[in-house]
Design a protein around this ligand. Sequence first.
Ligand code: S3P
Length: 425
Amino acid sequence: MKFTKASPLKGEITIPGDKSVSHRSVMLGSIAKGTTEISHFLPGADCLSTISCFRKMGISIEINGDSVIVKGNGLHGLKKPAGILDCGNSGTTTRLISGILAAQDFDVTLTGDDSIKKRPMKRIIEPLSLMGADIKSISDNGCAPLAISGKPLHGIHYTSKVASAQIKSSILLAGLYAEGETKVTEPYRSRNHSEIMLNYFGADVKTEGTTACITPAKELYGNKIAVPGDISSAAFFLAAGLMVPGSEILIKNAGINPTRDGILSVCRDMGGNITLLNENTDSGEPTADILVKSSSLHGITIEGAIIPRLIDELPMIAAMACFAEGETIIKDAGELKVKESNRIEVMVRNLSAMGADVEETEYGMIIRGGKPLHGAVIDSRLDHRIAMTFAVTGLCAEGETEILGAECVNISYPGFYHDLQSLFQ
Ligand code: S3P
C-alpha cells in the first residue's frame, strides 16, 4: 500500500467499535446466563479470535455485520474444547481468557501467532498461580503456548509492577470464581472496561484509587451492549486532521472513557484544535463526536499517569511530534517494547528512515520536530498500529511512502484504508 502527500482531508468518519469492549462483551456474554446482544461490535481479527475460542467451548455466537448475539451458558457452563484454543495475534484474548480458564473443571492449551508466542505471559502466570491456578508456559520461556488445568482458586491482593488492564482483568475474571475477595493494585490506573462491564452484568467490583476489588459471583446475567467507537482507532484521524494542513474532520461516536482519553489531552496540550460535540454520558462508557481542525503543534513531555491512558496511541503521537515545533519527550513507556512489535524500536527506525530527528531512550523516545519528512519503505512488522501510523504520516511526507504488510490493519480496523481515502478531496 502506497501513500503520498494529501490535499486537505474533509468529511466524517464513524469509528468502528472499541476492541477492548468488544472482547469483553463476548467473554462476559459467554459466561453469563441468558442472551447478550452486542451492537457496533468490532469484527476485527482479534475479536474474532475471542469468538472462535468461546465457540470451541460450546457457546453459540451469531455474527451479523457488527451485531453479535451470544447465548451464554452461565458461570460454570463452558465445555472442554476439542483441540487447542488459538488466540491469533490477540494479547487481550490470551491474557483475559486465561483468568477464566484457570477456574474451569477441564484442562486446555492456548496458543497464538508468532507475535503472541513472543509476548510476556509471566505477568499473568505469576498472579494466577498465587490464586491456586495450574498454568504453565509449555516452552518454559514465560510465553504462549500455555497449558492451563482448571483448579479451585482463592482470592489474593496482588500488587502489579505495571499498569496493565490485561493483567488486572485476568486476575479479576479469575476472582469471579475464587474463594474470598480478590484485589489488584497498579502503579497507575489502567483502562476500566472490565470493571464497568462486570458490574453491568451483575458482579460486584469496587474501585478505590488504583485498586480494583472483586467478590466472587454466583452468576452473571446477559445484557444489551452498545460498543462505543474505539478512541485508539479515532486517534489516527485526530492526528491526520491536525497534521494535514487545511483539514477538518468530524469523528463520530468515539469512546471517551477517562481511562482511555489521554490522546485528547495530548492533542490539546500540543496546541491541537479539537472540540467535543454531542457528549453522551448516560452509560458506563461515555462517547462524543470529535471535531478536529488542522493546527500548528508544539512539542510536550508525556510521562507518568497519562501513559496507560494513551498506551496504544503512542506510535501515532510520536509521528505527530515530528510535525510539532520543538522537542517531544515520551517517558515511562517501556510497555511499548512488549506490544505486537517493539514499538519504540520500530517507530524510531521507521521515522528515521523518513528523515525524522528521533532518538530511542530506555523507556521512550525523544522527537525533535519541525524537520520535513520524506517518503520511505516502512516495514510494519505486521503490527496494525504501526501500519496505520505510517499511512497517516505518509500523507504529510514528500514523495511516496510504501507500507509493507499493510493488510495487518485487519486486526483492529478492517476498513481503515477505505475510511482514510474517503476523506481525500
Ligand atoms: C488492552 C489493554 C492494553 C492495550 C491493549 C488492549 C485491553 O494492554 O495495549 O491494546 O483490552 O485490556 P496492557 O494491559 O498490556 O497495557
